[in-house]
Design a protein around this ligand. Structure first.
Ligand code: ADP
Ligand code: MG
Length: 580
């Protein structure tokens, strides 16, 4: 993995600062005031020492006033700098976080297959916070202390340029230490951030799957797994602490040595001659004032490197190609004629083919049932319709137009999908049915629920349609969750309806009811039904039998029974199960 240089990263981050340049300018002004007033401290020392030998009345009044004005200015500078810089930083983080989240909503299915949700979640929580560090604390310190150091150096040059140049001879050494430390900080930060992803990942898996963990007595296993992820995080953090703990004193020591050399040189009789005692003290004061900002600057280096490592990660994610959405067609409504033309598909170039040359034409309004062993490619086939994945060969057309020619969102508007894994949101029943349609008509929602045989149980919920159903619908039974998902699909009222084992969690009786209801709902729509229980699909216009990525049989229930092939065999098997 190549590491982009800090400059490129900072330039990209600065792009986020741009819209807030006014706040930024105020903050810089504040820090300039701070730096100037702090530098004035050295000048004050000079006046104090030079003036103390014969103080006149003006001097007595002037010096205390100077102290007050200076500290007032410093306070104002600190306020302007701190407050406005936080504003800039928070805005940057907000924008970056939203960009990352928004981008994730448009990444293709293959991206989610390859990344754990724990790692993705830690991107918008942990990583983004790391960038805040770089954007706020670090820029604050760099501006405030950096300007202070510059102020001090200018003052030193003005007082005695020759001594100053000697003093500055130590800077290459400091630079070397900082550079080495930075590299190390960056590498370690990357590891820490990844390990935060692991921590989130393990925790969320073990917590959402708590029932499996407990029934398998896997608590100890999960504890160990979590402890390992957390320990790795701790070890890397300690390495970071070590680098920080070593680099800061080394830098301070170099500054101190150069300061000592300075004092020694400054006291050389030849040099002492042209300086007043005030000038001398001011010079040493200014030089020693340098120690604190330099320490802050080196301390903040770790924060900066953390931020850079995190922003690198985030920018990489932003560069992940989004789903291809190059189509231009934006149909209001389609008739629903679907064709698969020589469709082949594999989940990855290194993975086996899951669909092996599918040829299929579905007339508008036809009800197609797909049966076959699990793993035969049924879900994969229907997942091509909303273009969650694209065929590796061949093409799929809708109303005679290749799917690629449609814009994604209008294409997906044509399809109502109830998939194997029901997804419900932690909101009210009504909002779940009318998902994505704020302020939907209550009567329409209830009608959809009635069609899905969900109305009865919804009315029995504590708050009816306004009941909040918990994380992924924990308050509901499997069958109830499926009925809500079906109601959602019915509510969407799309010309294409895809039911992927949508009734598998229902008892035979409810399934029969829903089957009847669906027959009304399916009228006038092209419907794909994948069903496990064959009894529910007998009335389909056509039944397809899939085996290892191929359609091996196709026909009506009667035809297929008569043919006495794969379907008939499956049917016999289930019939025996029922009567046994
Ligand atoms: P079905 O729905 O008929 O049970 P699927 O279409 O879900 O079968 O799966 C077909 C094959 O594709 C299986 O062998 C499965 O392992 C594989 N598969 C399914 N989803 C993915 C995925 N996201 N990444 C890689 N392989 C997958
Ligand atoms: Mg499936």
């Amino acid at each position: 993995m190549t590491q982009p240089d800090s400059l490129t990263l900072y330039r990209r981050l600065l792009g986020y600062v741009k819209p807030h340049w006014r706040q930024f300018a105020v903050a810089v002004l504040g820090y300039a005031i701070y730096a100037a007033s702090s530098t004035a401290l050295a000048e004050m020392m000079k006046r104090l020492i030079d003036g103390i030998r014969d103080p006149d009345a003006a001097f007595r009044l002037y010096l205390p006033l100077f102290v007050i004005v200076m500290f007032a200015a410093r306070g104002l500078g600190t306020f302007l700098g701190t407050y406005f810089m936080s504003g800039v930083a928070r805005n940057v983080v907000h924008a970056l976080r939203c960009n990352v989240f928004n981008h994730m909503l448009h990444l293709p299915g293959s991206f989610f297959d390859a990344h754990s949700s724990g790692h993705l979640i830690s991107r918008v929580t942990y990583h983004v916070e790391q960038v805040t560090g770089a954007a706020s604390n670090a820029i604050t310190v760099i501006l405030r202390e950096g300007l202070f150091v510059i102020g001090l150096i200018l003052y030193l040059l003005w007082t005695n340029w020759m001594l100053t140049l000697l003093f500055l001879a130590v800077t290459p050494l400091i630079g070397g230490v900082v550079r080495y430390a930075s590299k190390r900080f960056r590498e370690i930060s990357r590891r820490i951030q990844n390990s935060m992803g692991d921590v989130t990942h393990v925790a969320s898996e073990a917590l959402t799957g708590y029932k499996v963990v407990r029934t398998h007595g896997a608590e100890d296993y999960e504890k160990r797994r979590f402890a390992a992820a957390s320990a790795y995080n701790r070890d890397q953090s300690m390495k970071e602490a070590l680098t920080k703990a070593v680099s800061t004193p080394v830098i301070q020591l170099s500054v101190a040595i150069s300061l000592a050399a300075l004092v020694w040189l400054a006291m050389a009789p030849e040099l002492m001659e042209d300086m007043t005692p005030g000038e001398f003290v001011a010079f040493i004061t200014a030089a020693s004032l340098m120690a604190k900002p330099i320490k802050s600057l080196t301390d903040v280096n770790s924060v900066i490197q953390k931020g850079l490592a995190a922003s690198d990660e985030l920018f990489r994610l932003l560069e992940e190609p989004a789903e291809i959405d190059a189509g231009y067609r934006d149909p209001q409504s389609v008739r629903g004629e679907v064709r698969f033309e020589g469709v082949r598909f594999a989940y990855g170039s290194d993975q086996p083919e899951v669909l092996k040359g599918i040829e299929l034409t579905v007339a508008p309004g036809e009800m197609i049932a797909i049966v076959g062993r699990s793993g035969s490619g049924k879900s994969t086939l229907v997942n091509l319709l909303p273009r969650f994945y694209r065929p590796t060969q061949g093409r799929v057309t809708l109303d005679g137009v290749p799917l690629d020619a449609y814009r994604l969102s209008p294409l997906r508007r044509q399809i109502a999908l109830v998939s194997q894994q029901v997804t419900l949101f932690n909101t009210t029943v009504a909002d779940n049915i009318a998902y994505g349609v704020p302020g939907a008509d209550r009567e329409a929602v209830a009608a959809a629920a009635r069609a899905a045989y969900a109305d009865d149980f919804i009315r029995r919920l504590p708050n009816g349609y306004d009941t909040v159903i918990g994380d992924n619908g924990v308050m509901l039974s499997g069958g109830q969750r499926q009925r809500l998902a079906i109601a959602r699909a019915i509510f969407k009222d799309a010309p294409l309806l895809v039911l992927d084992e949508a009734t598998s969690a229902l008892d035979t009786e409810s399934e029969r009811y829903i089957q009847q209801a669906l027959e009304t709902v399916c009228r006038g729509r092209t419907t794909f039904v994948i069903a496990h229980r064959l009894s529910t699909i007998e009335r389909a216009d056509r039944i397809l039998v899939m085996e290892q990525g191929e359609i091996v049989e196709s026909g009506t229930h009667g035809e297929l029974i008569e043919r006495d092939g794969a379907y008939a065999a499956l049917h016999r098997l289930q019939f025996q199960e029922v009567t046994a």
